[in-house]
Design a protein around this ligand. Structure first.
Ligand SMILES: *[C@@H]1O[C@H](CO)[C@@H](O)[C@H](O)[C@H]1NC(C)=O
Ligand SMILES: *[C@@H]1O[C@H](CO)[C@@H](O)[C@H](O)[C@H]1NC(C)=O
Ligand SMILES: *[C@@H]1O[C@H](CO)[C@@H](O)[C@H](O)[C@H]1NC(C)=O
Ligand SMILES: *[C@@H]1O[C@H](CO)[C@@H](O)[C@H](O)[C@H]1NC(C)=O
Length: 355
């Protein structure tokens, strides 16, 4: 069980991988996921198998093998036909997760040889690894010979695989009474009372469906919550800190590299940081103001003429020198005349005119 623990408060186990092939399940188990998730449908001859899409077009080579039947529902093929398809080439060709480049030669060969996985194979793998399985079931269309018995077909596969019933989680809202031995989870956000009355103690919700408040409410009522799909570290961090006990991911290899939640600010902390930085800047401004004021008050002890002269000596240009000479000269001749009169003469002359 891959439980990440941090300060005893935040703990999330990463569930599932959803490529629906034996190889991807094996990889997920190596990554330490605690549960495998599969999309299950039933073949024409009643074999439950794993397929996420309604048709076989995206994830198999059906366009080459049975081009005339490629748009048919996946459940309208018999198991012999389904098993003859290649379910790995598409992955190597389309490289949906930009991972093919990093695969070893051996892995690529194995992927090139993958077939569609049956439910029994997948459950056997989970049982051997002592992990659980979550089943998303797709009911076959009404014209399907197993339209009425699809639930029994699936349960039969669960039994044949030898996995403990307690390790299998059932999602469809139909036939819950018939699958009492299995774990029950709801894909719908029902009220706590409704869930209790149906004997359901866990929910599997899309992250956009569940607010933090909902999650807290379910957890407070002893309902386990799994959130999906969680493939990005930031979302994983948010959920982790809001106390979500498990998430479902297509990318456990990414989430495994997140040992603790990324530092994220709550609105309160964000406000606090802003107010603190505001207060610090106000303090700095006031400090500078007081310092300046103190410096200015020190200057009042100087003789104004002294200030003028010392200011002027710092500007070594020619007209300033002339200015200085004139100033000194006029001091000598006039005695008490104020400096201002010479710098800003009444007749409108300014410094520029000394050029
Ligand atoms: C499966 O269907 C094909 C036709 O697509 C048929 O030829 C074959 O005999 C069927 N196999 C079984 C086991 O029913
Ligand atoms: C599938 O595996 C077999 C050996 O088990 C090998 O001979 C064959 O070349 C592989 N096919 C592909 C398409 O890699
Ligand atoms: C399987 O897991 C359960 C707890 O989840 C544990 O008690 C049991 O010992 C495990 N069995 C094996 C064979 O690892
Ligand atoms: C949840 O379970 C704990 C112990 O298992 C129990 O003490 C508590 O009362 C339960 N809460 C609710 C709301 O059922």
């Amino acid at each position: 069980m891959s439980v990440h623990a941090l300060c005893g408060v935040c703990a999330v186990c990463v569930l599932c991988v959803c490529c629906n092939t034996l190889m991807s399940f094996n990889k997920a188990l190596q990554q330490g996921v605690s549960s495998l998730e599969a999309d299950v449908t039933v073949s024409l001859d009643g074999v439950p198998f794993l397929m996420r899409d309604r048709t076989l077009r995206r994830t198999t080579d059906i366009t080459k093998v049975f081009p005339d039947r490629q748009h048919k529902d996946a459940s309208l093929f018999n198991w012999t036909d389904i098993r003859s398809l290649n379910a790995g080439q598409w992955f190597l060709e389309s490289d949906p997760y930009w991972t093919v480049g990093s695969l070893t030669w051996k892995d690529r060969n194995r992927i090139a040889n993958l077939t569609v996985c049956s439910l029994v194979e997948m459950l056997r793998l989970a049982a051997r690894a002592n992990r659980s399985a979550l089943l998303n079931l797709h009911r076959p269309p009404p014209e399907h010979p197993h339209y009425k018995t699809w639930v029994m077909d699936t349960l039969w596969a669960v039994q044949r695989s030898g996995i403990s019933q307690k390790r299998v989680t059932w999602t469809p809202d139909t036939d819950r009474a018939r699958v009492r031995g299995l774990q029950q989870t709801s894909l719908e956000k029902l009220s706590v009372e409704e869930l209790r009355s149906r004997g359901i103690s866990s929910l599997t919700l899309r992250y956009s469906q569940a607010s933090n408040k909902d999650i807290q409410n379910f957890l407070a009522n002893n309902m386990s919550v799994t959130v999906y799909p969680v493939n990005e570290p930031w979302l994983y961090s948010v959920l982790w800190c809001s106390g979500v006990p498990s998430v479902s991911s297509d990318a456990p290899q990414i989430l495994r590299k997140v040992p603790y939640p990324i530092w994220l600010l709550s609105p309160y902390e964000y406000g606090l940081v802003w107010i603190t930085s505001d207060l610090v800047s106000i303090a700095i401004v006031i400090g500078i103001f007081i310092f300046q004021k103190w410096k200015m008050s020190g200057m009042q002890n100087y003789n104004p003429e002294q200030i003028m002269l010392s200011a002027v000596t710092r500007r070594p240009s020619r007209d300033v020198n002339i200015m200085k000479e004139k100033l000194i000269f006029s001091e000598v001749s006039n005695g008490v005349t104020s400096v201002d009169e010479h710098l800003y003469p009444e007749n409108g002359y300014d410094i520029g005119q000394y050029k």
